[in-house]
Design a protein around this ligand. Structure first.
Ligand SMILES: Nc1ncnc2c1ncn2[C@@H]1O[C@H](COP(=O)(O)OP(=O)(O)OP(=O)(O)O)[C@@H](O)[C@H]1O
Length: 355
C-alpha cells in the first residue's frame, strides 16, 4: 500500500498489538511527522508512555503497509498520574515486597534501567532505611553527596539514572537505631530535600514488609502506583498478598506482581526448572485481579553483578535478562498511563444544570 498519509498511518498504528501492551494502550498513539526521501520514510510516532524497545517491532509492523524502508522515531510525553509537591517528578512508583530478601532492590534498579531503555528520565530513591542497598547495587557507596546553594541534596548520576539513598548520608549503624516515626520523618525529608532533575518516573525502593513504617510511607509518599515483588514460595506469596492489601488500604493502585527467582535456566542444557514451584503467582494474580508483570529467572549473573555493584541492564545491553526487565518496564509505563486514562475518564461531570 503506497502514499499513506499521517492520518491513515495513525489509524493503522493504533491497531498494533504486542504481548506487552493491553489492547487500548495504543489508542492515543499518533504519527506526528512523516517525510519521504530517496532512502525511505521517516516516521515519528508519538506515544503517551515510553516504549523505545518496541521500535523494531513497530517498524516491521508499519513495513507491511508501505513499500519503502521505514526509519521510525518514537517520542513519548509522559503524563503525571497524580498531583503532588515533589518538584520536577512526574510519577512516583513504589517497588515493594511483603517479605525481605525476595530481590526487591535488584528489581527496582533493573526496572529503572529498563525504563531508561524506553527513553524515560528516571530516578531511584532508596526508602529501605534500615538496610539501604541501592548504593551497593549501583557501586556508589563511597560517593560524597553534593548540595545545591539552597542546601538541597544532588542525586548521584549512574549512567542515566539519578539515585539517592539514606545510606549515602548517614552511617549504617545510625540508621538501624531509628524508630518508626523517626525513620519515616528522615525519609520524607530525603524525598523533599533532594533536588531531582526533570524525571518521568521516580522509583522508590520501599523497605520490605507491611509494618507500620511501610504503611506510613505508603500513606505519606505521593505514590502514583505500586509494584509488588515476590518469589514463588507460598510464604512469600502470602506476604505479597499483605503488600497488595496494604496499598489497597491507602488507595494506591497496584500495577501488578513481578515474580523473581521464578525459575532456573540451566546454562549447559537449557532445561528450565521451577525450583520453588510453579504457577502460584498466577493464582495470586487471578485471585486479586492483579496482572503478572513478569517472571524473572534465578540467575547467577544477577547475583554476581550485584556483588560487584555493576549494572546488569546497561542501556544498550541485549542480554536476555535485560530484555525481560525492559518488557516489565513497558508494562509498568503503559499500565500507569492506562490508569491515568481511566481516572480521567471517570472525572465527575461538573456541568451545572437547572433543576
Ligand atoms: N533473580 C535473581 N537471581 C539471582 N540472585 C538474585 C536475583 N534477585 C536477587 N538476587 C540476589 O538476592 C539477594 C537479595 O536481593 P535484594 O537485595 O535485591 O533483595 P531485597 O528484597 O531488596 O532484600 P531486602 O529485604 O534486604 O531489602 C542479593 O544477593 C541479590 O543479588
Amino acid at each position: 500500500m503506497a502514499n499513506l498519509n499521517q492520518e491513515q498511518l495513525t489509524d493503522y498504528i493504533r491497531l498494533f498489538d504486542h504481548p506487552e501492551l493491553q489492547p487500548n494502550a495504543t489508542d492515543q498513539w499518533y504519527i506526528s511527522a512523516l517525510s519521504e526521501h530517496d532512502a525511505g520514510l521517516n516516521i515519528t510516532l508519538h506515544s503517551p508512555f515510553p516504549c523505545k524497545a518496541l521500535t523494531h517491532d513497530i517498524t516491521q509492523y508499519i513495513s507491511q503497509y508501505v513499500q519503502k524502508d521505514v526509519y521510525l522515531t518514537i517520542e513519548a510525553n509522559v503524563s503525571a498520574v497524580r498531583q503532588h509537591a515533589i518538584s520536577n517528578v512526574k510519577n512516583i512508583v513504589a517497588i515493594a515486597s511483603g517479605k525481605g530478601g525476595v530481590g526487591k532492590s535488584t528489581t527496582a534498579v533493573n526496572v529503572a534501567q529498563g525504563l531508561i531503555a524506553q527513553g524515560a528520565r528516571v530516578g531511584i530513591l532508596d526508602a529501605d532505611i534500615y538496610g539501604p542497598s541501592i548504593p551497593h547495587l549501583l557501586g556508589i557507596e563511597d560517593t560524597q553527596i553534593q548540595t545545591t546553594q539552597q542546601g538541597k541534596f544532588v542525586p548521584v548520576k549512574v549512567g542515566q539514572l539519578h539515585a539517592m539513598s539514606i545510606g549515602l548520608l548517614v552511617d549504617k549503624n545510625d540508621a538501624t537505631v531509628w524508630r518508626g516515626p523517626m525513620a519515616s520523618r528522615a525519609f520524607m525529608q530525603l524525598l523533599n530535600d533532594t533536588q531531582w532533575p526533570a524525571l518521568d518516573y521516580l522509583i522508590i525502593d520501599m523497605p520490605p514488609g507491611t509494618g507500620d513504617i511501610q504503611l506510613t510511607l505508603a500513606q505519606q509518599v505521593p505514590v502514583a502506583a505500586a509494584v509488588i515483588v515476590t518469589t514463588p514460595q507460598n510464604l512469600a506469596l502470602a506476604d505479597a498478598i499483605k503488600g497488595i492489601a496494604m496499598f489497597d488500604k491507602v488507595s494506591v493502585p497496584v500495577l501488578g506482581v513481578i515474580e523473581n527467582m521464578s525459575y532456573h535456566l540451566c546454562e549447559a542444557c537449557g532445561h528450565t526448572s521451577h525450583i520453588f514451584g510453579e504457577g502460584a503467582a498466577n493464582v495470586l494474580a487471578d485471585d486479586y485481579q492483579t496482572p503478572i508483570l513478569g517472571h524473572l529467572p534465578l540467575d547467577a549473573s544477577i547475583q554476581q553483578l550485584n556483588a560487584q555493584g555493576t549494572l546488569l541492564n546497561a542501556e544498550n545491553s541485549s542480554g536476555d535478562i535485560a530484555q525481560l526487565y525492559r518488557r516489565i518496564a513497558i508494562k509498568i509505563a503503559s499500565q500507569l498511563y492506562l490508569d491515568l486514562d481511566m481516572a480521567s475518564s471517570h472525572t465527575p461531570d461538573l456541568t451545572i444544570r437547572n433543576k
